[in-house]
Ligand binder design. Structure first.
Ligand SMILES: C[S@@+](CC[C@H](N)C(=O)[O-])C[C@H]1O[C@@H](n2cnc3c(N)ncnc32)[C@H](O)[C@@H]1O
Length: 218
């Protein structure tokens, strides 16, 4: 009853729970208009604009193989909800996030464990891609601290490892926020992908805020 009342009242004024995180600063879990979303100071981490952005990317990518999916980030995991409930893909999902608080919030506030065949790894994605032997059919890279992608995720070592753990027919989705991304860094990824034989699509102003690279091996 209380839960239903809270959902009803959230249409009048949002309910906000704050969680402090060493990596992501203040995390705001908001119940607004009957829906829970996860925000940081300057960015939506899940179930609002990011949900729309990832729905666009998954639709554009047209991924339908049964190979494993690697998510480099977890956030509030709204993409797992999309993959399972909208795109109806049963694939094994591996999600890597550096922040134990994010993983705890995803479990406590967003019922992450209600999904089957989802492996959660608490690790720096930069190290994970260097260590894992597993191959993936789709790799979604959405690594942000607040509204900025850490620069190490533009470097050679990271991308060499991404290519190593991507299957021969694999696809990549790389998400950034247009206003906080240095154009030349974004450009280096496009050049790198084309140089090693990927077909590359660039989508700017996705949901008015994000720039995305969609790539697949030729
Ligand atoms: C925008 S959120 C991802 C939201 C997600 N796309 C979703 O659908 O809910 C960015 C995530 O990247 C994680 N992150 C940032 N740096 C990282 C790193 N070095 N290794 C792993 N995860 C990292 C943050 O903890 C945060 O959870």
């Amino acid at each position: 009853m209380l839960k239903k009342l809270k959902i009803f009242l959230s249409y009048i004024s949002p309910f906000v729970t704050n969680r402090a995180s060493e990596y992501n600063g203040n995390l705001k879990i908001m119940l607004v208009n009957g829906k829970k979303v996860l925000n940081t100071k300057d960015a939506n981490y899940s179930f609002a604009s990011l949900h729309r952005i990832m729905r666009f990317a998954l639709t554009q990518t047209g991924f339908d193989s049964r190979e494993d999916i690697l998510l480099l980030w977890l956030g509030g995991w709204s993409v797992i909800d999309l993959i399972r409930n909208e795109f109806h893909l049963p694939n094994t999902i591996r999600a890597v996030d550096i922040d134990p608080v994010i993983i705890e919030v995803a479990r406590q506030e967003f019922a992450l464990d209600s999904y089957a065949d989802v492996e959660i790894i608490c690790q720096d994605a930069y190290n994970f891609v260097q260590e894992t032997p597993k191959k993936h059919g789709l790799i979604i890279i959405d690594l942000f601290i607040n509204n900025t992608v850490p620069e190490k995720f533009y470097d050679d070592i990271f991308w060499e490892n991404i290519f190593r753990i991507l299957s021969p027919t694999g696809r990549i989705i790389f998400n950034t926020m247009t206003k906080t991304t240095k154009g030349e860094l974004f450009g280096t990824i496009i050049t790198r992908l084309k140089t090693v034989g990927f077909q590359v699509e660039v989508h700017d102003k996705v949901d008015f805020t994000n720039s995305m690279i969609l790539a697949k091996r030729r």
